[in-house]
Write a protein that binds this ligand. Sequence first.
Ligand code: PMP
Ligand code: GLN
Length: 387
Amino acid sequence: MTTPHLDTKFPKIGTTIFTVMSALATEKNAVNLGQGFPDFDCDPKLVACVNDAMTHGLNQYPPMTGVPALREAVADKIESLYQYRYDATSEITITAGATQAILSIILAVVRAGDEVIVLEPCYDSYIPNIDMAGGVAVRVPLTPGTFRPDFDKIAAAITPKTRAIIVNSPHNPSATVWTREEMLTLQELLAPTNIVLISDEVYEHMVYAPLQHLSASSFPGLAERAFIVSSFGKTFHVTGWKIGYVAAPAAYSAEFRKVHQFNVFTVNTPVQHGLAAFLQDPQPYLQLPAFYAAKRDLFRQGLAQTKFELLPSEGSYFQCVRIANLGVPEKDLSEADFCKWLTSEIGVAAIPLSAFYADGFDQRVVRFCYAKKDETLKLALGRLARL
Ligand code: PMP
Ligand code: GLN
C-alpha cells in the first residue's frame, strides 16, 4: 500500500502547547498547573440534572440552534447580569464549546484576504482559525508588561480590509480584565467602521472584587456588532463536556448558524437539558468569584515566598509570573525550555507565554493555572519553594 503524499495545508500548525505540557506532566508525574482545567469535580446536582435528562429519554437530536429551555436560560442570565436581552430563538446558539464557536464565527464572517485583528498574547486557536478561513491575522501587541490594550496601535492596524477584531476579557493568558474606559474606547473606535467584534468571554464568571466583568453585550455600540462567546466548561468545572454558546444580533446569528449546522449540526442533548435545569439557580456562577479568589490568594501567598515575580491576576484562573530573578541557572532558558525543565525536574507544569505569540516572543513569563484543589496548590508550592 502506498499512501499518496499529502502536502500539508497548515505547515505552521503543530500540536497545541496544552497537549504537549499535559503529556509531559503525566509522563513525569508532575503537578499539572499547565493546561487550564480544574482537578476537582463539578457540582453533583449538575450531574444529576444531566442524568435525569438521559434517563428520561432525552437522547436524540435537539434543535439545531440548541434546546429552547437552555437558550432561554442563557438569555435570562445575560439579561440579569448585563442588562441586555437577546432573543432566545434568533440570537442565541448552543455550541460545542467556545473553540467550535470561535472557528464557526470566523468561517462565517471572514472571506479570503480579509484582515482580522488579534491582540497578542492571544489564545492559541485564533490565528490558526483565521488561517483556515483564508483570512490574514493582523497581530497587535498588548502593552508589554501590563498587557493592557494599546488603542493607538489598534487604531493604526485598522484598514479597509479589517473584517473583525477578537477581544478576550478576562484574558487568557495574562489574567487582566478590561476596564469600562477600555470598553468605551473600543466602542468609540469601532463606531465609524463595519468591523465585527468577536468577544471571547469564557472567563466571564471569574472576575475578582472590586472588579466586575464588563460584557460587550452591556455596551450598545458593541452589542450591535458583537458575537459574544462563553463556555459552560469553565463556569461549571466541566471542561470535558465541550459546551458553550454564542449570542449575537439575529442577522449575525443567521450567518453563524449556516456554518454551525454543517459543522456540528447540534450539541449533545442531555447535557443541554441538564444545564437548562441547573441554570435556574444563579448561585453556582454568582459564587464562583469568591471560590476562585480564595484559590488565587492561597497560590499568590505561597508564590510570594519565592523569587517568582507575580503579575496581577484580576480574572480567569491563571497566574503569570516572571522567571528572570529566580536563583537557578535555568531561569535563562527560553520560556518553553524552562517549562519543560520545571515539569521534569521540579515536578510542576506551567505554560510558556511564548505559546500565545505567533512569533514565539519570549518575555521571561510563564503561566500557572490555579483551578486546583488546595492540596494540589500546596503540593506545587512546596516544590516551587526550591527555586
Ligand atoms: N477561549 C479562551 C480564551 C480559552 O481559554 C478557552 C479554553 N481553552 C477557550 C476559548 C475554549 O473553550 P472551550 O473549552 O469551551 O472550547
Ligand atoms: N483553555 C485552556 C488553557 O488555556 C486549555 C485549552 C486546551 O487545552 N486547548 O489552558
